[in-house]
Design a protein around this ligand. Structure first.
Ligand SMILES: Cc1cc2nc3c(=O)[nH]c(=O)nc-3n(C[C@H](O)[C@H](O)[C@H](O)COP(=O)(O)OP(=O)(O)OC[C@H]3O[C@@H](n4cnc5c(N)ncnc54)[C@H](O)[C@@H]3O)c2cc1C
Length: 425
C-alpha cells in the first residue's frame, strides 16, 4: 500500500473524510474525480481496518434481502436498492480497467440448506422489482442444498489492489486520528482541521451525540479460512442463514467463510470451519485464516447520508451488513453528491434518519441493558458495557457495540476510541 505522512499543522478543507477504509477511500477518490477540495485522515494506515479482512464479493445479491425490503419499504424502494447496488458493481467493473485488481466476473448464489420456500419468496420479490435472477436446484458445493437464487455477472476482486491504485494520488494523512469535534472543526494530535463538510467513514461512527448509532447497530464477527488443495470452484456462494457458510476462490485458494456470531457472544469461529473442511475437503491445507466484523443495522439497509437530521454538514457511511463493497461505492457517489449539494437519486433508500421501529431495536436495547448491569473484569470505555473474554481470539469483546481489545487492553476495533488501560487506571 502507498504510505502517507501525518498532518503537520492546522488546515482548512471543503470536505474532510475521516477513515481510510474502502468507504472513505472511494469517497475521497470520487471527490478528487470531481475536482473538489478534500482531505482524508486515517488514524492508522489506509485499509488497516475491516476492508483488509473482507472476502470482497461485489454483488447486489445481499442474502435474501429483496423480499424483506419489499415487506418493509415497498417495491419501489426495493428496486432502488437493487439499482443502486447494480450501479456500484458497474462502477467497480469500470474502475478495475484503470486499476488492475484481480477483478473477475462471477455469478453469485444465495442458497438454503433448510427451506425452499424462503428462496421461492425471494424469486417472487426479484420478479416484482425486475431483477433478473434464476432459481437453481443444485450447486457444485459439497453440502446438500434445497436450492439457490443465482445472480449472473456479479464479481469478485482484490480490494487492497484497488485501494492501492486509487489512493496513490489522493490527499491523505495517515496516523492522524480524529480525536474530537467542535462544530465544523476536527481536532487531531497534529492540529485542527476546519471543514465545510465532514464525512465520517470510520466503520462504526465515532460521534455518539448525534444519530444514536449505538442503539441502531451492533457488530457481527465472521471467520475465514484460505484452503489449498480444494476442488476448482466457479461462482460465489453464501448461505441465506446468518450463521451459514460462504465460498469463493482466489487463485489456488478456496476462501471458506462462516462461524459467525454477534461480537461478544459465543460462535462457531474457525473451529466450525476447520471441522467442515476436515469433513468435506479432506485433502485441504489451511494456508491463511483471519476474522473481522461488520456493523449490522436494524433493517439490513446501510446508513449512508446526513449523520442525523440536525447535522446538515455532517455525513456518515456505515452499517454495511457484511456487504460493504457495493455499499462503499454507493456511499462514494451519494455522499459526494451531497457534499456538492446536488440531488442524489438514492438518498431516501439509505437515509440514516429513517424509522428505527424494527424488532432488532428491542434486541439491541435489551442487550445493552443486560451488559450494562453485568459484572466483568473490564468495562468498555465506549459506554460502560461489561466486556466478555473471547478465548478463540484472546481479546476482550463488547457484546453491546462490538469494541474489542487485546488481552493487555490495547484497542482493536471501534467504536471505543481508547485503550482499556488508559481508561481504567
Ligand atoms: C469476514 C467478512 C467478510 C466480508 N465479505 C464481504 C464481501 O464478500 N462482500 C462485501 O460486499 N462485503 C463484505 N464484508 C463487509 C466489508 O468488508 C465491510 O463492510 C467494509 O470493508 C467496511 O469498510 P469501511 O471503510 O466502512 O471500514 P474499514 O475498512 O474498517 O475502514 C474504517 C477506517 O477508519 C479508520 N478510523 C477509525 N477511527 C478513526 C478516527 N477516529 N480517525 C481517523 N480514522 C479512523 C480505521 O482505522 C479504518 O481504517 C465482509 C465483512 C467481513 C467481516
Amino acid at each position: 500500500m502507498p504510505a502517507f505522512p501525518h498532518l503537520e499543522h492546522d488546515t482548512k478543507t471543503d470536505v474532510l473524510v475521516i477513515g481510510g477504509g474502502l468507504a472513505g477511500l472511494l469517497c475521497a477518490y470520487t471527490l478528487a474525480q470531481r475536482s473538489m477540495n478534500y482531505l482524508l485522515i486515517e488514524s492508522d494506515t489506509i485499509c488497516s481496518g475491516i476492508s483488509r479482512n473482507t472476502t470482497a464479493k461485489i454483488t447486489s445479491q445481499h442474502g435474501l434481502i429483496y423480499n424483506k425490503l419489499i415487506q418493509n419499504f415497498g417495491v419501489d424502494l426495493a428496486r432502488m436498492y437493487w439499482e443502486a447496488n447494480q450501479a456500484a458493481l458497474e462502477r467497480y467493473r469500470h474502475l478495475s480497467k484503470a486499476f488492475p485488481c484481480d477483478f473477475e466476473a462471477q455469478p453469485a448464489y444465495v442458497y438454503s440448506i433448510k427451506e425452499a420456500n424462503v428462496l421461492e419468496k425471494e424469486m417472487h420479490a426479484l420478479e416484482q422489482i425486475g431483477a433478473g435472477a434464476e432459481y437453481v436446484d443444485t450447486l457444485p458445493l459439497p453440502l446438500p442444498v434445497t436450492g439457490a437464487v443465482k445472480f449472473e455477472n456479479q464479481a469478485q476482486f482484490h480490494p487492497l489492489q484497488l485501494a492501492a491504485g486509487i489512493s496513490r494520488n489522493l490527499n491523505i494523512r495517515e496516523h492522524t486520528a480524529a480525536r474530537a469535534f467542535e462544530g465544523n472543526v476536527v481536532l487531531t494530535d497534529y492540529g485542527k482541521i476546519t471543514a465545510s463538510k465532514i464525512i465520517v467513514a470510520t466503520h462504526f461512527p465515532l460521534i455518539n451525540k448525534h444519530g444514536a448509532y449505538f442503539i441502531k447497530m451492533y457488530q457481527h464477527r465472521s471467520y475465514v479460512l484460505a484452503l489449498e488443495h480444494t476442488p476448482e470452484l466457479d461462482g460465489m456462494y453464501v448461505d441465506e442463514a446468518k450463521t451459514g457458510l460462504s465460498f469463493r476462490r482466489y487463485q489456488n485458494l478456496l476462501l471458506l467463510g462462516g462461524g459467525s456470531h454477534r461480537t461478544g457472544k459465543q460462535g462457531g469461529n474457525w473451529t466450525e470451519l476447520q471441522s467442515f473442511a476436515r469433513t468435506y475437503y479432506p485433502d485441504a491445507q489451511e494456508r491463511y485464516r483471519w476474522s473481522a466484523q461488520d456493523c449490522m443495522t436494524l433493517d439490513a439497509v446501510p446508513y449512508i447520508g446526513q449523520y442525523s437530521r440536525n447535522t446538515p454538514n455532517l455525513y456518515v457511511a456505515t452499517g454495511f451488513n457484511k456487504w460493504g463493497m457495493t455499499s462503499s461505492m454507493i456511499a462514494a457517489t451519494l455522499l459526494s453528491d451531497m457534499a456538492e449539494e446536488k440531488e442524489t437519486p438514492y438518498a431516501a433508500v439509505f437515509s440514516p434518519s429513517r424509522t428505527v421501529l424494527r424488532p432488532q431495536l428491542l434486541s439491541n436495547v435489551s442487550s445493552a441493558a443486560v451488559n450494562l448491569l453485568s459484572v466483568s473484569k473490564h468495562r468498555c470505555p465506549h459506554m460502560g458495557c461489561a466486556l466478555k473474554w473471547n478465548p478463540q481470539e484472546h481479546s476482550w469483546d463488547c457484546p453491546c457495540h462490538g469494541s474489542r481489545f487485546t488481552e493487555d487492553g490495547t484497542l482493536l476495533d471501534n467504536p471505543a476510541t481508547d485503550d482499556l488501560k488508559r481508561n481504567e487506571s
